[in-house]
Ligand binder design. Structure first.
Ligand SMILES: Nc1ncnc2c1ncn2[C@@H]1O[C@H](COP(=O)(O)OP(=O)(O)O)[C@@H](O)[C@H]1O
Ligand SMILES: [Mg+2]
Length: 365
């Protein structure tokens, strides 16, 4: 059923998860349903994933002794965020399998390396050029044109670490505003919609993807996901094919998400890959209530060496994030027909912080 290197875990085994946010929390809950234990490792004392597991480690990602103890208590180790330091993954790999393989981290932590990898698979992206210093800016602008989006190569999320450069904008001040760290300049894509595909790959090479999801962002943060996405069957098939090809090319084990821009039929009707998340993803939260097997369960199954599920969607599904103070209005969703409320148990509802989500399912007639 699995690679010889990845034995199928028996119920009662322990999966270690690096990262203590809501993704780790929902992974641990999914594991619990399958009779598997999770241990969480995170450096933040208020990690909301700690609340749902019996064993957690509160320590820095650089604490080799703590990492070694943690690894020894687990059967396999995975992660809920992509900025796991390479050295942390190396230390853990000395003791136990780390899945998805840490080489995927190196490929997805740097937007330039990631885009080069995607381009090498002949999968289209927005045009892009590297900017390492101010002396690269003129050539990059000449190649890509304006408007464009300047993004730091590393550590960007929820729109942090990027600046829009308008048609008459000043790329030099944008670069300086990003502290002159290495960047890529990306052509601005006048997309028709943003979509994503969450795909799981098992150690035996089987790949199973969820239906294409349509995503709406507000202030660069995901606000709403709807499934099925309002795209043609051809675009949907292409989007799934792209995500499945990326999972196979990585030799991936686990769940990944591929964010894409779907172009209108007037501009070719293609999909361009925006970015890859080597983990469960916010745009897959709808699968918890809207499908027979969730993205979290798929990830747990994959890293446990179990067969993947073959999810069936329960209807049209809409997932809405509760961001910052919006969470205080959770009660109004509790009585909405067909609606499920998820609160992450985080402390302070700071602006921009993902505090929970609600899912609405409308069964197909
Ligand atoms: N090249 C682009 N053209 C148009 N919009 C973009 C482009 N790049 C990013 N965006 C918008 O900004 C959002 C965040 O960018 P993204 O690259 O996904 O970074 P992150 O999610 O890591 O913050 C995207 O979901 C999209 O709405
Ligand atoms: Mg993104």
């Amino acid at each position: 059923m699995a690679d010889p290197g990845i034995p199928a875990l028996a119920p009662g085994s322990t999966i270690g998860i690096l990262g203590g946010g809501q993704l780790g929390r929902m992974l641990a809950l999914a594991a619990a349903r399958l009779g598997l234990q999770c241990a969480i490792y995170a450096p933040e004392a208020d990690s909301c994933a700690f609340d749902v597991v019996r064993h957690f480690t509160l320590a820095s990602y650089a604490d080799e002794a703590a990492l070694a103890r943690f690894a020894q208590s687990c059967d396999v180790i995975t992660y809920e965020f992509e900025n796991v330091p390479a050295a942390t993954a190396d230390v853990l790999s000395r003791y136990k399998p780390v899945l998805p393989h840490p080489r995927v981290l190196a490929l997805t932590q740097d937007r330039l390396v990631e885009k080069d990898f995607i381009a090498a698979l002949s999968i289209p992206t927005a045009p892009y050029a590297a900017i390492d210093s101010e002396s690269d800016i003129a050539a990059a602008v000449a190649k890509i044109g304006l408007p464009a989006v300047l993004k730091t190569r590393r550590l960007g999320y929820d729109g942090k670490g990027q600046r829009m450069v308008g048609k008459d904008g000043d790329p030099v001040s944008a670069f300086r505003a990003l502290n002159s760290v290495p960047c890529i300049l990306e052509g601005f894509v006048a997309f028709e919609r943003e979509v994503s595909v969450v795909a799981a790959r098992a150690a035996d090479g089987e790949v199973v993807s969820f239906d294409v999801t349509e995503n709406e962002h507000r202030d660069h943060i995901l606000k709403t996901s709807r499934v099925p996405a309002a795209v043609s069957d051809r675009v949907a098939a292409e989007a799934r094919h792209v995500a499945e090809s990326i999972a196979s090319a990585f030799g991936y084990v686990g769940v990944l998400a591929v964010e894409m821009f779907a172009l209108g039929s007037d501009t070719g009707g293609r999909v361009l890959v925006n970015e890859i998340a080597p983990r469960v993803h916010n745009s897959g939260h709808w699968t918890l209530d809207g499908a027979s097997v969730s993205q979290f369960e798929q990830h747990i199954r994959a890293v446990a060496g179990w067969p993947l599920g073959h999810p069936i969607r329960h209807g049209q599904v809409e997932m809405t994030n509760l961001i910052g103070a919006e969470v205080h209005g959770y009660a109004r969703w509790l009585t909405e027909p067909g609606t499920t409320v998820h609160l992450y148990g985080k402390g302070e509802a700071r602006p921009g912080r993902k505090m929970g989500h609600v899912t609405r399912v409308i069964p197909d007639r």
